[in-house]
Design a protein around this ligand. Structure first.
Ligand SMILES: Nc1ncnc2c1ncn2[C@@H]1O[C@H](COP(=O)(O)OP(=O)(O)OP(=O)(O)O)[C@@H](O)[C@H]1O
Ligand SMILES: [Mg+2]
Length: 226
């Protein structure tokens, strides 16, 4: 199993108030799967993704990544795993506004210590892969929403993480552009990347065999599991 949640609960605390956002989630995802997470607003989808992405910790329960428990990991170890194993794509693309498309894709490569010329070569190849080679020199505000999201996907792919997590990557896009982004995830999945995507896109069912439905902090259906 690439990842496994066992009885995961998440309680958000604000002073006296406590809000149970996940109420005991069990989930197993094998390497190479692609699954969509769907559910109403506030049902816990982003919370679930943040736990899977080691951006947050469960209040209770277990999260195993590559068969190993994550509970005892230090912040440093979690950061290392995030960088090496997990690519993130969010609804708001989080591109650096003063950097060009190719420079944005180079950021994780720079952090990983890849030398400048190799960085540029790899970043251009990644942009080509998402069909944006000719826009490599554009700043984010010179790109359409769909193009920005493709830059964000290229950046998320830069260190070839085996797991790609996307939180409503199509949320800011029109339906057709959103479906193109989902097609791109499908391609990356066929190349071996495990993809977990939170989406409202109705067309997602045709692209992912497995759909996990979340409601009120719990998984209420897990359709098409392999
Ligand atoms: N930091 C926080 N403190 C308190 N409550 C929170 C916090 N983050 C999220 N919540 C609550 O937890 C619940 C689940 O939130 P979450 O963001 O996971 O929902 P979601 O399914 O992603 O919703 P959406 O589709 O609107 O993005 C919501 O009721 C939300 O208000
Ligand atoms: Mg959300």
């Amino acid at each position: 199993m690439l990842l496994e949640l066992k009885g995961v609960k998440k309680v958000y605390r604000n002073g006296e108030a406590a809000f149970p956002a996940l109420k005991g989630v069990d989930l197993r995802v094998a390497e190479g799967e692609m699954l969509a997470v769907m559910g109403p607003s506030g049902s816990g989808k982003s919370t679930l993704l943040q736990i899977l992405g080691l951006l947050d910790r469960p209040t209770e329960g277990e999260y195993l990544l590559l068969g190993r428990p994550t509970a005892g990991l230090s912040e440093e170890e979690r950061a290392y795993l995030r960088n090496r194993f997990i690519g993130f794509v969010f609804q708001a693309f989080f591109l650096l506004p003063r950097l060009t498309a190719v420079e944005n894709v180079e950021v994780p490569l720079a952090y990983a210590g890849v030398p400048p010329r190799e960085r540029r070569r790899r970043a251009l190849a990644l942009l080509e892969r998402v069909g944006l080679l000719e826009r490599a020199g554009s700043l984010p505000n010179q790109l359409s929403g769909g193009q920005r999201q493709r830059v964000a996907i290229a950046r998320a792919r830069a260190l070839r993480p085996p797991l790609l997590l996307a939180d409503e990557p199509t949320g800011a896009l029109d339906t057709r552009t959103g479906e193109e982004i989902l097609d791109l995830f499908g391609e990356l999945n066929r190349e071996g990347t495990t993809v977990i995507v939170v989406t409202h896109e109705a067309g997602v069912a045709e692209r992912t065999r497995r759909i996990v439905r979340v409601r009120d902090g719990a998984i209420v259906a897990d359709e098409g599991r392999g």
